[in-house]
Design a protein around this ligand. Structure first.
Ligand code: ADP
Ligand code: MG
Length: 318
């Protein structure tokens, strides 16, 4: 199968919303009047971002999910995406599974594949997503203010739990591992919540490298600090908190990585609106701390004592 047959068979679908999709030199997008384009790219490299054991269908899902998560963090509505693919061979079983998982999530979010590039090489998947957001309303990392509440969506730390089982450092009961593995391989980008938080949240970020690391970007960009209450944050580890012990639970929740939840800030006066946004998007939201004028990130336990310095963010070049 040649390059163009491969594209035609697995990636070319009729354009729906976009004026022009796959097949020409460029795709054409038409954001509605008054909207800004939100654009983000994420690359997935075998051995770095995913294990060779992952099913192709799940990899297709995850490659798009991590990109949609960035649109969610900006409060943008997905429109379209491009796919740049480097493949060791034209493995039809792999391509069928990968494109199935990819298009299932794309359709669920009404986000169409409009172009890309295909080449032979080590397995590498790069997606660029395009979304639209009303001009001036994107949720940014710069807007957190002292006195704001700190919130997170969903649960945290499950993907890290699964990773540690794969690494052999943790053992978990089979059902707990299965749930954690699902969260690692099939994250659910919080696209509806992000849009519902426009006009309510003062800042937002999606959690790909762990709460502490990603929150650090918001704190620096906004010139503020934060205090996280561990008593509020710890129960966010849905799968197997008891099975792995408190120390691991804290590490997974605070520095886990691969969560694809949103962390966001909002004024205390808007708590009811934040909760309504959570209900409207069918997404759990939990208040875990506050934003302080004093720089830095503090974690306090139920008895008020401080935990610090033990949780490092994930960094590809460390
Ligand atoms: P060009 O040579 O102009 O870069 P290509 O020959 O690489 O174009 O690709 C032909 C068409 O197929 C283009 O419209 C391109 O966007 C699309 N395409 C290539 N690879 C993919 C892919 N993996 N998924 C979707 N569209 C793709
Ligand atoms: Mg090309």
């Amino acid at each position: 199968m040649g390059e163009f047959d491969l594209i035609l068979r697995y990636f070319q679908r009729p354009a729906r919303r976009s004026p022009l999709g796959v097949g020409d030199d460029c795709a054409l997008l038409a954001p509605a009047p008054g909207q800004q384009l939100a654009v983000s790219s994420d690359m997935l490299v075998e051995g770095r971002h995913f294990l060779s054991t992952v099913a192709p269908e799940r990899l297709g899902h995850k490659a798009l999910a991590v990109n949609l998560s960035d649109l969610a963090a900006c409060g943008a509505r997905p429109l379209a995406f491009t796919l740049a693919l480097s493949l060791p061979s034209a493995d039809e079983a792999w391509l069928a599974g990968f494109s199935k998982g990819l298009f299932a999530l794309a359709e669920a979010h009404d986000c169409e594949l409009v172009g890309g590039d295909t080449t032979r090489g080590p397995l590498n998947i790069c997606i660029t997503v395009f979304g639209e957001v009303p001009a001036g309303q994107a949720l940014l990392r710069t807007g957190a203010r002292a006195g704001d509440d700190l919130w997170v969506s969903g649960t945290l730390g499950d993907a890290r739990l699964a990773l540690e089982v794969f690494r052999g450092t943790l053992a978990l009961p089979a059902d707990v591992f299965a749930a954690a593995r699902d969260r690692m391989e099939k994250p659910d980008p919080r696209v509806a919540l992000g849009q519902a938080l426009r006009g309510i949240a003062t800042s937002a970020v999606d959690l790909s490298d762990g709460l502490i690391g990603d929150l650090g970007h918001v704190l620096r960009a906004s010139g503020v600090g934060t205090t996280i209450e561990s008593a509020a944050a710890l129960p966010l580890l849905a799968a197997g908190a008891k099975a792995c012990g408190d120390e691991w639970a804290l590490t997974c929740v605070l520095a886990g990585g691969d969560d694809y939840e949103l962390a966001f800030t909002a004024p205390p006066a808007l708590r009811a609106q934040v909760e309504a946004a959570g209900r409207q998007s069918d997404t759990r939201v939990t208040r875990i701390g506050r934003i302080d004028a004093e720089a830095g990130l503090r974690v306090v336990t139920a008895d008020g004592s401080a935990l610090h310095g033990r949780f490092a963010a994930f960094d590809h070049f460390d």
